[in-house]
Design a protein around this ligand. Structure first.
Ligand SMILES: Nc1nc2c(ncn2[C@@H]2O[C@H](COP(=O)(O)OP(=O)(O)OP(=O)(O)O)[C@@H](O)[C@H]2O)c(=O)[nH]1
Ligand SMILES: [Mg+2]
Length: 562
């Protein structure tokens, strides 16, 4: 008995905590209906209001602690004591169905109960309700009500006392019987209420949930988890679970929407596709498409033809040794170059000096100075020094290369706008060499007639200029040779002007493509007599290949007879 009392006391304490705060004053009104109507008028948030309804369910399970729960319990308990508990439980619900808003909340309450799968929570309220009605918790509740009501709950107190007294006077067996009967009654009526409210399915759910013992639940959980664990993560969601339609809908709502997988279609016959292996042989592809390539002329795109080029090992090793092509900065740093400097690959690797190292070739150590510009051939300066001219399409990087070779940035003006250089500019490099910056041809921001004039001037210069020792024909590595380039080559071939192809902007393409381009050009110039091999590859930005070009050009100056 003492143990029972202490338990009751503890319950009382808990209940008093639950009904703490504002609820005390509100519950003290005694009249349940009045309190509820007051609540309806209360300007609480919608969420808080919905919490009230949820609370009616959660409260029995000992969860939520809102004052309104207290009211609902009070009402139910009060009427249950009078012997009309179940009827009034439904009545209680009806009270909340007066407005649409309230009805919605009731549905929401149920959906959350179902959503939690373990329908124990669904059963708990009625179970606790019955136990409360049996007097186990009743006293605690009544005391709670008493404590919160402060006088106005007198009838409650009296009733509880009566019940207590009646229970004590009865023999133990009869008390148990009464309990059982009452519990059965409550269960049947609870179910009826549930059927009324939610249909048979819910009742069945509750029954099933009740049967489950702790061990059975664990087993079922394990069984449900095992197949999912065996499956890959992506397919786990697809494992069918035994759930009712409403449960399914809830779960579906909770699940994140599946992301659509992007399918990348690669045509195995399209060599132009950059994702394809670089080593794809052109002949193999032709064979795949048609057994007899001779009878069926399969024309590959220029890009496909380019991808089919297999560079020679010497070109490949040159590209690798000089770190040509698009590379990551870390690669330069690992190789010992100071990436803080402009054109760092033109510097000596593993140098302790933070400054740019001196140029090895003496001719290029000299100061680069502009000394003449010509718009017409009559304006050309006298050919006193051996000349090296830089020709090529507009924006190919002619002026930039002059700066890079001499490491004197800004002496020759550059621009990202094609057509900046519009005159033939002569730059003296000490007393040994003259570097000539030619205007570009092809697309440029200039009038057509003006451009035509440049082209004519360039043609005249490369074909007639005395003292011109070499023309560096610059070709953009990305785009390769264009018809205009070929025109100039033909002209130089006819005039027997020595020319050497220099691939520029190698830093914007992959190393393999630099090698391919070099291979392609070398192959196309095999028959050309005035072409100087090998094809040079440079990048004015990274400095790759600059030193080698410088060395090659210095040789020209060395062998020139004064
Ligand atoms: N990424 C990269 N850009 C470069 C390189 N060389 C030049 N450029 C850029 O290309 C653009 C054109 O460079 P220029 O040297 O003015 O070209 P150009 O051939 O003299 O042009 P025109 O005088 O119009 O004929 C500039 O924006 C340069 O910064 C290079 O090696 N790599
Ligand atoms: Mg220029």
């Amino acid at each position: 008995m003492t143990v029972g009392k202490s338990l009751k006391n503890s319950k009382r304490e808990n209940n008093s905590k639950v009904a703490g705060g504002k609820s005390r004053s509100r519950a003290s009104s005694g009249d349940v209906e009045t309190v509820i109507s007051k609540r309806k008028g209360h300007s609480g948030s919608r969420k808080a209001q919905s919490g009230e309804i949820e609370g009616s369910g959660v409260h029995y399970a000992g969860g939520s602690k809102t004052d309104k729960k207290g009211i609902i319990v009070k009402k139910n308990v009060n009427r249950k004591i009078k012997g009309e508990a179940n009827e009034l439980v439904t009545n209680g619900n009806r009270e909340f169905e007066y407005s649409d808003r309230k009805r919605k909340r009731i549905y929401a309450d149920h959906s959350t109960d179902e959503g939690t799968i373990s329908s124990d929570s669904v059963r708990k309220p009625s179970r606790k309700l019955s136990s409360e009605m049996l007097g186990d918790n009743l006293e605690g509740h009544l005391h709670q009500e008493k404590r919160t009501s402060k006088g106005k709950m007198q009838p409650f107190e009296q009733l509880s006392r009566k019940n207590m007294l009646a229970g004590e006077s009865k023999p133990k067996a009869s008390k148990l019987l009464d309990k059982k009967q009452l519990r059965a009654k409550v269960r049947v009526k609870d179910e009826l209420r549930d059927v009324e409210d939610h249909g048979f399915r819910n009742v069945n759910l509750k029954r099933g949930a009740k049967i489950k013992s702790g061990v059975a639940k664990q087993l079922e959980q394990n069984r449900a988890q095992r197949p999912a664990d065996l499956l890959p993560k992506s397919s786990r969601k697809k494992v069918p679970t035994k759930k009712t339609s409403s449960d399914d809908s809830n779960v579906m709502d909770d699940q994140p929407k599946k992301k659509k997988k992007r399918v990348i279609r690669i045509d195995p016959h399209d060599l132009s596709n950059k994702r394809l292996d670089d080593g794809v042989s052109i002949n193999n592809i032709v064979k795949e498409k048609n057994e007899d390539p001779k009878t069926n002329n399969v024309e590959l795109s220029k890009n496909a033809q380019f991808r089919a080029i297999r560079p020679s090992p010497s070109i490949l090793s040159f590209v690798e040794d000089n770190l040509l092509g698009r590379r990551r900065e870390i690669e330069f740093r690992r190789a010992g170059y100071n990436t803080e400097l402009s054109a760092p690959l033109d510097n000596i690797p593993f140098s302790t000096s933070t400054e740019r190292e001196r140029i090895e070739e003496t001719a290029f150590r000299n100061k680069l100075s502009f000394f003449a510009a010509a718009k017409v051939s009559s304006s050309f300066p006298p050919p006193d020094l051996p000349e090296i001219a830089f020709a090529g399409r507009s924006n190919v990087g002619k002026s930039s290369l002059l700066n890079a070779l001499t490491r004197q940035w800004g002496v020759v003006r550059t621009s990202d706008k094609p057509g900046l250089t519009q005159t033939i500019n002569f730059f003296q490099l000490g007393s040994k060499l003259c570097l000539v910056d030619l205007p570009g041809y092809g697309f440029a921001y200039a009038k057509e007639e003006v451009k035509e004039a440049w082209e004519e001037l360039v043609k005249e210069y490369v074909s007639t200029r005395v003292g011109l020792k070499r023309v560096c024909l610059l070709v953009d590595t990305k785009w390769g040779m264009k018809p205009r380039d070929m025109e100039l080559i033909d002209l130089m071939e006819r005039s027997q002007t020595k020319y050497q192809i220099v691939l520029t902007k190698t830093d914007v393409v992959f190393p393999i493509d630099v090698a391919r381009r070099a291979m392609q050009i070398e192959e196309s110039l095999k028959e050309k007599k005035s072409a100087v091999q090998p094809v040079m590859m440079v990048s004015s930005k990274t400095g790759a290949g600059i030193r080698i070009l410088r060395t090659a050009l210095t040789k020209i100056a060395r062998f020139v007879k004064p």
